[in-house]
Design a protein around this ligand. Structure first.
Ligand code: ADP
Length: 658
């Protein structure tokens, strides 16, 4: 170090380095004071620890917010749901900032003070050493001659450097190495924020119901992506062979029909892989993103889907526990609509805290209505009178019931249109949704009738008077599948503290929106806020026919103040819930798992139909929860706010289902 050039080099290297560290560290220091959704912290041990601290801190910050920031106080009296989106930002920032004031709880000093101390130490030591070395260079004193104060300064420099390197350096290095994955980390941070907000929303401010767990759920596992990767690694991707290549070419050329691959190859997965590749070549469009592996294609053969090329993934969330008829259910919901599960979950909580809901099955009968034609209206009327004569019912029932152990004819209702007659058969179908079953029974009866009515022309086994997968008054009035009414009395306290609104507001809004508003719109069975949201999500999760959400979502939601106006009586009446626990998509692995979660998988061992009826009551209960929560959000003016919290996309939330 006697060489002045070397000393100069050391000096000129140290200075920029110090400034660089200073600038970087300052930026990170500042970033600890902005909400985490603005600053995306990376994965250094310190920042991970910081994240954990933030999460832990949220456990302690569940007490109600100060009144000026409390959502209920902010919006309880508001009726409009058209609050400008921009105005939501301060609310969010305030609430998250409030958390950050406790960030340093686990350190002896507040975090920013610790950083400030080490910064001061670091730069004091650097300044001290540099000024001393400059003096030595000027006086030609060898740098190797070190005084006691210089030793102290060097130690302080090393200590503070290690602290700062540990705190910011690894973060910085990793941010360089992992730059391509920035979005992933951002997304994780976003999830964390959503989680924090969800917990805040979830914080219970009233005594818990016995079966509700008041403690927060455990922290999510730190590295879920690794788990996903592991699963993918365990299932090697399908590899096409030379023989497959030949078949692909013949499919592309049109010499082998795509639909013939399964019977020809005897291997459903291979058939799907070949069809998929042929499709990509024919269309020139990539199917990347649509998974092929990880699905049992044999299970859908001849039952659920023809000519498969992959499968669509839909996330399944859980709402609950939903307490109905004294029993708890965790309700699986397959959806890509943000807020939906969280909202239904909130409704479940309100129901639970109020002692649960009561769900009653009113009727259970699947329908099918063929259309037949005669030469005259008189002949059509003759058949109508014959079918509706109670004396003939037993004979017809025997003929009908031959089709299945479970299908039992309940009645036939006829409607005439000139020479045409519509025969609406209703029957029980055990645990099956029952469309196939009822159709077979109807066919038996039609064959039987041909003897006495040889001039009857069967125009179609389904004449739309059934009515399947179309909005129709006949289902709304007569019912189809399971007819259920579900009710609960929600305590006024729960309405205020969990639903953040008042009984009075809910009753008034229900009258204006679900009853009067729907009447003004000429609604058919649509006297509700969003029954179809819940019905469809539960249907997809449990393997029901999602197209039947049309009539299954028919629902009238009623609200009334009871107990001297203190509490809320809410009910949903749903005349056409079409569900089954055997047949169709219910047998597939994922859907079967969701049915199993509800305790209604497959055929009931106690009595035929008990499982599907139970499922119908759960669907109605989940709709009750969904109605309660969305109506409350609307009454409290929270709809836009909660969509911003959970969706946080740029989409126009005013178009959200309501
Ligand atoms: P769907 O009529 O809903 O289309 P499927 O006809 O595909 O349903 O499935 C019903 C089948 O399941 C019938 O063959 C029926 O015999 C059989 N099955 C077994 N157990 C039951 C049960 N508990 N309830 C109804 N059907 C059952």
């Amino acid at each position: 170090m006697h060489c002045p050039r070397a000393q100069y080099c050391l000096f000129s290297l140290t200075c920029p380095l110090s400034y660089f560290i200073l600038l970087h560290a300052l930026s990170v220091l500042l970033s600890t004071h902005v909400p985490p959704y603005i600053y995306s912290s990376a994965t250094s041990p310190f920042s991970t620890q910081l994240n954990l601290l933030k999460q832990n801190r949220n456990r302690f910050s569940l007490s109600p917010l100060p009144s000026h920031k409390h959502p209920s106080k902010m919006g309880a009296r508001r009726r409009s749901s058209t609050k400008p989106v921009q105005s939501l930002k301060p609310t969010k920032t305030v609430s998250v900032d409030e958390d950050l004031t406790k960030a340093s709880d686990a350190f002896p000093l507040p975090l920013h003070l610790s950083n400030a101390v080490f910064f001061t130490l670091f730069f004091s030591a650097v300044y001290f050493l540099l000024s001393h070395w400059r003096e030595k260079i000027r006086t030609s004193t060898p740098l190797s001659v070190v005084t006691f104060s210089e030793i102290i300064a060097i130690l302080a420099f090393v200590a503070s450097f290690i602290y700062l390197l540990g705190f910011f350096g690894i973060d910085f290095v990793q941010s360089l190495i992992l730059r391509p994955q920035t979005e992933v980390w951002n997304a994780e941070d976003d999830d964390e924020v959503a989680d924090v907000l969800l917990r805040k929303e979830d914080a219970r401010k009233v005594p818990c119901g016995q079966a509700l767990d008041c403690s927060l759920p455990p922290l999510p596992p730190p590295a879920p992506i690794v788990t996903v990767q592991k699963v993918l690694d365990e299932k090697p991707a399908t590899v096409l062979t030379e023989e497959d290549e030949e078949i692909i070419k013949s499919v592309v050329a049109g010499t082998t029909p795509s639909y013939s691959l399964e019977p020809k190859l005897g291997d459903c997965k291979r058939a799907a892989a070949i069809r998929r590749e042929a499709l990509q070549r024919l269309t020139g469009k990539s199917l990347e993103g649509l998974p092929l592996d990880g699905f049992d294609y044999e299970s859908i053969l001849g039952q659920c889907c023809e000519m498969p090329v992959g499968y669509v993934q839909i996330p399944v969330g859980i709402a609950g526990p939903l307490l109905i008829n004294g029993r708890e259910y965790s309700v699986p919901m397959a959806t890509t609509e943000g807020c939906l599960v969280a909202s239904t979950n909130r409704g479940c909580k309100a129901i639970h805290l109020s002692g649960g809901a009561t769900s009653t099955l009113l009727r259970d009968g699947m329908t099918r209505a063929p259309v037949v034609r005669f030469g005259t209206a008189k002949r059509a009327a003759d058949l109508k009178l014959y079918l509706e004569d109670p004396d003939n019912f037993d004979t017809l029932a025997v003929v009908f019931n031959r089709s299945s152990r479970f299908g039992r004819l309940q009645g036939i209702k006829c409607a005439i249109a000139g020479k045409n007659l519509y025969l609406r058969f209703t029957c029980t179908t055990g645990d099956a949704m029952g469309m196939n079953m009822v159709s077979k029974g109807v066919q038996n009866v039609l064959d039987f009738l041909q003897t006495d009515f040889p001039d009857m022309d069967v125009m179609g086994i389904s004449g739309n008077f059934c009515s399947d997968k179309k909005p129709a008054a006949v289902n709304w009035i007569e019912g189809r599948g399971k007819s259920v009414v579900c009710e609960a009395i929600i305590k006024g306290d729960v309405v205020r503290k969990v639903l953040k609104t008042t009984v009075e507001s809910l009753v008034e809004l229900n009258m204006l929106k679900n009853l009067t508003g729907s009447a003004m719109a000429g609604a058919l069975g649509g006297f509700n806020a969003h029954a179809s949201n819940i019905v469809t999500a539960v249907y997809i999760a449990t393997g029901q026919d999602p197209a039947q959400n049309v009539e299954s979502s028919h629902c009238i939601t009623m609200m009334e103040a009871v107990n001297d106006g203190k509490d809320l009586h809410i009910s949903v009446t749903m005349p056409s819930i079409e569900v089954g626990t055997v047949g169709g998509g219910t047998q597939l692995a994922s859907q079967s798992a969701c049915l199993n979660l509800l305790g209604v998988k497959g055929a009931s061992k106690e009595s035929a139909g008990a499982n599907s009826r139970m499922l119908a009551t759960v669907v109605a209960g989940a709709v009750l929860a969904g109605e309660l929560s969305l109506m409350s959000a609307l009454a409290a003016g929270q709809l836009v706010k909660s969509h911003m919290k959970y969706n946080r996309s740029n989409k126009d939330v005013s178009k959200a289902s309501s």
